[in-house]
Design a protein around this ligand. Structure first.
Ligand code: F6P
Length: 321
């Protein structure tokens, strides 16, 4: 392979830049040229291509976001759009593609690779950590640490004022982020989209905690399981003598300098992705299982779902005594 392309797509995640850097420098060290594609799949369509060299990726390892920019591009679902993207890559002499992104990006990558038998490898990068086949995605560790530090700060107020806080974290489809944050912050309750928890169950859990002498509590709510303001308002009517407050952490979870674990994972995945393309192994996703770098067929990634973090859910429950 003489030239490969690299793009970032979907929601940004800390460590995307570090992953691009690893792809570019690994490829160059193997004598492969690299074309950067701006704004995800839309850049393939608009021919927004730029030649990258080792210096193009200097000074970005510690920066969140993506210097190649990212964009959601629903038009990529249309075959005629993908056909044009394929033609544009051929015209630019690009023989393989590294896609850095989350679950939507995985579906696009799989479809594109299958349509044209084109070599594509996905590097999973998402703060949601919701892709089948890998223990961790690039950016997850950073987002968890950002949220943990925010929740710790809120805990100070919760304790001082004897308040109950509902804290909404990201996770539209899955609760992996919420569960990890809950374990790490010692939250009393965690609510995620995959496990239904009725309002009356939340009320009875809080009443139990009252009986145990707990004067403050933290409820971590994944955004896909409800709205923090609504739950807080409901709980306030159920517990008129308690002070209930809420906070929505929002987009602060997507930014911030990547942690050491995020950067190392990005470096490992970037290296592995180029090696896979070199061996013409596609369509695959790079992943990590235990301490080992693994390769998962994209067909499995798009057709299977990641298990609920059941053990960690159990830990939250057991620790809230
Ligand atoms: O990156 C994943 C994610 O953070 C989800 O948890 C969230 O719902 C979504 O992206 C929102 O992203 P956007 O507003 O960019 O579409």
């Amino acid at each position: 392979m003489k030239r490969i392309g690299v793009l970032t797509t979907g929601g940004d995640a800390p460590g995307m830049n570090a992953a691009i850097r690893a792809v570019v420098r690994t490829a160059i060290s193997h004598g492969i040229e690299v074309t950067g594609v701006e704004k995800g799949y839309s850049g393939l369509y608009d021919k927004s291509f730029l030649k990258l060299n080792s210096r193009s990726v200097s000074g970005i390892i510690n920066k969140a976001g993506t210097f190649l920019k990212t964009k959601r591009f629903p038009e990529f679902k249309k075959i005629e759009v993908r056909r044009q993207c394929h033609q544009n890559l051929l015209d630019a002499g690009v023989e393989g593609l590294v896609v850095i992104g989350g679950d939507g990006s995985a579906r696009g990558a799989y479809q594109f690779s299958s349509d044209f038998d084109f070599p594509v490898v996905l590097i999973p990068a998402s703060i949601d950590n919701d892709l089948y086949g890998t223990d961790f995605t690039v950016g997850f560790d950073t987002a968890v640490n950002t949220a943990v530090s925010a929740v710790d700060n809120i805990r100070d107020t919760a304790t001082s004022h004897d308040r109950t806080f509902v804290i909404e974290v990201m996770g539209r489809e899955k609760g992996n982020l919420a569960v990890e944050v809950a374990v790490a912050c010692g939250a009393e309750i965690v609510i995620i989209p995959e496990v239904k928890l009725e309002n009356r169950e939340i009320v009875s859990l809080l009443k139990e905690q009252d009986k145990k002498g707990k004067t403050s509590s933290i409820i971590i709510l994944a955004e896909g399981a409800g709205r923090a303001n609504e739950l807080a308002a409901f709980l306030q009517t159920e517990f008129p003598n308690r002070q209930i407050r809420y906070s929505v952490l929002g987009y602060i979870q997507r930014g911030g300098s990547p942690t050491y674990l995020t950067r190392v994972l990005a470096a490992q995945f970037g290296t592995a992705a180029v090696e896979l393309l070199q061996k013409r192994k596609y369509p695959f996703m790079t992943g990590i299982k235990g301490n080992e770098i693994v390769y998962i067929p994209l067909k499995d990634v798009v057709s299977r779902s990641k298990d609920i973090p059941a053990k960690h859910l159990e830990i939250v429950k057991n620790m809230a005594i």
